[in-house]
Design a protein around this ligand. Structure first.
Ligand code: CA
Length: 237
């Protein structure tokens, strides 16, 4: 109780629904979120999760994609049609990401790829619970590019750019570190969650996709390659 009062002194209890069939992950989330002062309810399958999301008092949903009884994507659709303002953060396993996350872009507010760190998830939960005035802090603006984490919209010089979920994460990582040289290993770790170099050229390929999309509406993309060192987002002003 003291912890809750100290962290969220003036805010009523925030209720989070966790829909996750793996008991260890559900338990990890419950304990972590409770320690942050949230009230946590868990559902272990899609039907139960959907019922609680739609009928209960819920401020945010953390929703696994692969669920017994009813797929998380179906549950997401139902939530979107009945409670469009309810923030939903999806949990996806690596490997599901490529197919599923582009679909998530249209419906979910955010997603986290397993395995994830609790701190990362908690930061996203805080971001999606913010009031609209504070919501501005969830935007980044560098080199004429504007990126909004909540709507997942990206613009360059006012023109919208459609990115896949992975391209979005990659751009966000560059925009959080403008002017800084980022090594392939740093990018692999931050964007793909790899602690090792799998020996692929995936970073090179995705930087290529990103450059092409950023350049489609104007000048060359402001991402430089520093041969055998890494990449850098340059803000030429
Ligand atoms: Ca699952």
């Amino acid at each position: 109780m003291r912890v809750r009062l100290r962290i969220r002194p003036s805010i009523a209890v925030v209720r989070i629904l966790v829909v996750e069939d793996e008991p260890a992950i559900a338990d990890f989330l419950r304990r972590g979120l409770q320690a942050e002062g949230y009230s946590v309810d868990c559902a272990l399958d899609g039907i139960e999760g959907e019922r609680r999301a739609l009928s209960g008092e819920v401020d945010l949903v953390i929703l696994d994609v692969m669920l017994p009884e009813r797929d998380g994507m179906v549950v997401l659709d139902k939530i979107r049609s009945r409670k469009p303002g309810l923030p939903v953060i999806m949990l996806t396993a690596r490997g599901e990401v490529e197919d599923k996350v582009s679909a998530l872009d249209s419906g979910a507010n955010d997603y986290v790829t397993k395995p994830f760190s609790f701190d990362e998830l908690a930061a996203r939960v805080r971001a999606h619970l913010r009031s609209p005035e504070q919501g501005r802090a969830t935007e980044l603006s560098v080199a004429g590019i504007k990126l909004d984490f909540l709507t997942r919209r990206v613009e360059r010089d006012g023109m919208p750019i459609t990115l896949s979920a992975r391209e979005f994460e990659l751009l966000a990582y560059f925009m959080r570190h403008p002017g800084q040289v980022l090594s392939k290993q740093q990018i692999l770790s931050a964007v793909w969650g790899y602690d090792f170099d799998p020996g692929t050229n995936v970073v090179e390929v995705y930087v290529g996709y990103l450059r092409r999309k950023l350049a489609a509406n104007g000048g060359p993309a402001p991402i430089e390659t520093l041969r055998s060192v890494g990449y850098r987002l340059v803000d030429r002003g």
